[in-house]
Write a protein that binds this ligand. Sequence first.
Ligand code: ADP
Ligand code: MG
Length: 243
Amino acid sequence: MVSLQVEHLSYTYRESSKPALSEITFKVRAGEVLGVIGLNGSGKTTLTYCLCGIIPHYLKGTMQGTVLVNGKNTRETPLSGLSGEIGIVLQDPNLQLLMPTVEDDLAFALENHCRPRREIRETIDRVLELTGLAELRRENPVRLSGGEKQLVALATVLALNPGIIIFDEALAMLDEKASERIVAVMQKLKDEGKTLVLIDHTLKGLQLCHKIFLMEEGRIIRRGPRESILADQAYLRRHKMMI
Ligand SMILES: Nc1ncnc2c1ncn2[C@@H]1O[C@H](COP(=O)(O)OP(=O)(O)O)[C@@H](O)[C@H]1O
Ligand SMILES: [Mg+2]
């Protein structure tokens, strides 16, 4: 089964004359872990916006080509129809945490999806267990450490049980120990057969990947199995990637 199918995708922001993405084509199968690397401004975040439907539903630049998420065309599917299929964890968890307690944050997304009360309780218990946050369920997310906040943000995404999860530099603001906790959850998700897209420059995150794309100026300039991409250090250095 194919989780993500992207064909001839190009995107130009409304305020810009230069495309942020040009002619991107790839497939990710169910259960695969894709790593995406590239310098700042190479188009990684724009690509994730296209995968989860923020483009074209919120950002109204010019999009060409197609993105299919579990077979659903993002152009024709409202965000509410995509959020059960694909979730995104961002660099700054503060943007994803809105409620006075951890469990309220988790309940919020589920209530928006009109899930029954009993299912909401069971789901909250499941994701708190998975992310190791059970003891913090009544805490205010504002008072948690950066790593704990990122785990809560991840838990809110997992609450909707999407088959595909994108991590857009989700480790970038975290110290070593906090990163390890997130990577441990990524590993569990991989073992469960989730499809993951990891935008990451650290070896720790990339070790989980089956294949890696290198982006430059809105294009995928190199792609292949993790081992072969990481083995060619000379090529990566020429493109200013230090991994
Ligand atoms: N809201 C925006 N409006 C106009 N241009 C943008 C906007 N967001 C990003 N860009 C441009 O799109 C290109 C790709 O950016 P981005 O996808 O954020 O790259 P990355 O995540 O790899 O750092 C860059 O040239 C950036 O300046
Ligand atoms: Mg980015």
